[in-house]
Design a binder for this molecule. Structure first.
Ligand SMILES: [Zn+2]
Length: 413
């Protein structure tokens, strides 16, 4: 059998520690065989018995405002929560070339860390208009060889009371944006925004991805309204939201109820540990709360959850190397989860569980699925999270898109 690629000696993420390594055969960008000692001819990549997983997925990202931290005024005081305002203050300086260059550099770093799919939030507030949307559309085409980018258009700085905001968003949906988002923290009428998002989702038959239930106030959470509308219009499996940091301030019994409710409605949560750790607890001078929800608990009670980077080098998160395994490790460390089982779930949250949110039908290591693959220097998915592992090689539809050499120690002779 003539093949375009054979990955030899691959340990699959679904396999237990004693399962034998397999070979993965690829033709025309698709996996056509997964079996030991595959008989076939073609270019080979030896995984040396180490883990091969599907590509990583950033389920909640902001490409358009990445890498701006050097242009934004410094925060005057740790206890001031002004990251949105400081970001907004420089948005008038954004140009198409500028957004393209920053987002391109960010995408390349994500790809080098094993990411083959991304849902990126795209702001279309009147102060940037359609600039970000058009640039992301261009990048989506230019980087299709390495990554599938799914834009989610939304209004960061308010919607229901902002002249021109709704028109911008509708314009993007008319041009084919596949997901509509929401950011209700800065809207005068949060529930009104939620209703409008679902109205558009139904009209355009598209998926929904909000920013909800951030902060630490556990009174009047946003998710019940979202679940109620999701159930009513039968949008189960098509609705996600990011943050949910409030849930970390609830007793575990109440967190379990949240997990159960989200699971029943098919509403997913993306936990964003870097951003929530950086911004949470600013009202506390000492013994600062963490504000990162234990997604493992919500999953145990029926919800689907993911872990994602969200922001890179901007006032929302002034750090970032675009390593999703580092973010998952940060999450596990903060919520005090470890070991093969719990860290295995963390790995699912940056692979299979995120694929469910993006409704990727051709994702996974199975015959007939897209050959979007990552080779690790580890044996188990939990090791990847525990060690913030860096991938050794990545493949997009069977074509190798990066290689990483292991460092070697230079011992004295
Ligand atoms: Zn976000």
């Amino acid at each position: 059998m003539a093949l375009d690629l054979i990955i030899r000696n691959a340990r699959l993420s679904s396999a237990g520690p004693d399962n034998p390594a397999v070979d993965i055969g690829v033709r025309g960008g698709t996996i056509v065989a997964v079996e030991p000692n595959l008989a076939g001819d073609g270019p080979e990549h030896d995984a040396r018995g180490k883990l091969v997983s599907p590509g990583l997925i950033e389920s909640h990202f902001h490409l358009d405002k990445a890498m701006i931290i050097d242009r934004v005024p410094m925060q005057p005081d740790r206890m001031v929560r002004d990251h949105m305002k400081r970001t907004a203050s420089i948005k008038h300086t954004f140009t198409a070339e500028d957004i393209y260059a920053r987002a391109e550099a960010t995408i390349e770093q994500c790809v080098l860390h094993g990411v083959t799919h991304m849902r990126t939030q795209v702001e279309v507030d009147p102060n940037v208009g359609l600039l970000g949307f058009e640039v992301i559309e261009q990048l989506r085409k230019d980087y299709a060889w390495a990554i599938d980018i799914q834009p989610c258009v939304f209004l960061q700085e308010g919607w229901t009371d902002v002249p021109g905001a709704d028109e911008n968003l509708v314009h993007c949906l008319n041009r084919g944006a596949p997901v509509v988002g929401g950011g209700i923290r800065y809207d005068k009428d949060g529930p009104g925004q939620i209703r409008r998002v679902f109205e558009l989702a139904q009209h355009y038959d598209i998926d929904v991805d909000f920013h909800l239930d951030g902060g630490h106030d556990v009174k009047n959470p946003d998710y019940p309204q979202v679940c109620e509308i999701t159930d009513r219009i039968r949008w189960q499996g098509r609705v996600a939201f990011g943050h949910g940091s409030r849930f970390s301030c609830m007793p575990v019994k109440e967190q379990a109820a949240v997990g159960k409710r989200l699971g029943e409605s098919g509403v997913s949560l993306a936990v964003l540990p870097a951003t929530d750790l950086f911004n949470g607890g600013r009202h506390m001078e000492h013994s600062v709360m963490r504000g990162v929800t234990d997604a493992n608990t919500l999953i145990e009670h029926g919800a689907n959850c993911t872990i994602s980077t969200n922001n890179v080098l901007n006032p929302f998160t002034p750090y970032g190397d675009c390593s999703l395994t580092r973010i998952a490790n940060l999450y596990a460390n903060v919520v005090q989860r470890y070991g093969p089982k719990d860290l295995g779930v963390c790995f699912e949250m940056i692979t299979d569980r995120a694929a469910k949110v993006m409704r990727l039908g051709d994702y996974g290591i199975e015959v007939g699925k897209a050959a979007d693959l990552v080779v690790w220097n580890e044996e188990l998915p939990s090791d990847v999270i525990a060690k913030c592992a860096l991938p050794l090689a990545g493949f997009k539809r069977g074509r190798r898109i990066f290689l990483r050499e292991l460092p070697t120690l230079q011992r004295p002779r």
